[in-house]
Write a protein that binds this ligand. Sequence first.
Ligand code: PAZ
Length: 319
Amino acid sequence: MDPSNGFEETSNHDIKSFFDSSPPLKNAAEIKRKTEEFIQLNSNSGKLVRRIVLVTSGGTTVPLEQRCVRYIDNFSSGHRGSTSTEYFLKAGYAVVFLYREGTYQPFCTLLPNNPLLECLQVTDESNITARPPYEKTVKEAISNSHAATSSGTLLKLPFTTIFEYLQNLQLIASLMSGLGSRALFYLAAAVSDFYVPWESMAVHKIQSSSGPLDMRLVQVPKMLSVLRRDWAPKAFCISFKLETDKDILLKKAGAALEKYNMDMVVANELLTRKEEVIVVTKGGNIIVQQDRTRAGAEVEEPLIKLIVDQHSASINSAA
Ligand code: PAZ
């Protein structure tokens, strides 16, 4: 442990052994192909060269068994990541949306929990229509979402476990490194701090007949420094820090900024995360709040504006 800031040191050896011992990423070749095509399309379309952002969203799971029946989960709903994706798209970015399967999707955050049954109705044998009062919400969700994916500015890639998340992050970051300062990492996913290494995990369902469960979780190696140093050294990197105790939030966010050499750390408290965040930068802290005078205003709107401005400044200073 580094006593100055409370962050665990991560060595290249820890990182290599994490990846070496992880189960192979399913569909790795397909994820690589889709991401390469997406980068190519948005870098070289002949007309427009877009900036590309990787938005990570939702929480990772920690499996307790290789043939997984039980796992440790995380509260994150994916609201931050999906809403932010919408504002990045509006600002002209192409977005790789790396999301936890089953969490919020861009343009769909206003839909109720069970949209199929709550928003749709069968009007006659062959027609399905939107049910009041959801007509506008459903229409906008479908058309905006299809427009973004079919125009090639939104690529959605799912993950579930901590292994899949970090393998995807490494793969996508390495593919984006060629974009230099045009690449942006917006790491809003809530990533597990502790996990059970694959090789020490039970293969089959853990039996309650064996008595109380005694299990050792080890620390997930911190990947932010290796992202910055090796995977995408010229990219603009933003990480998030969530705490429930506001007295330690800014100290932890400031320590992460320094330790992992981030461009920004977005600090938020669990209970107020949809209303206010504090953006911690080397130049000082910036409080960002939702516009309370407008119903439905989201804190992500001013947050993404601030990030886009700072990313532009960073690209200009690198040129
Ligand atoms: O996904 P959500 O909208 O429910 O919550 C967003 C968040 C709190 C997970 C995100 O803003 C964040 O802080 N992510 C990093 C969490 C962490 O410190 O690991």
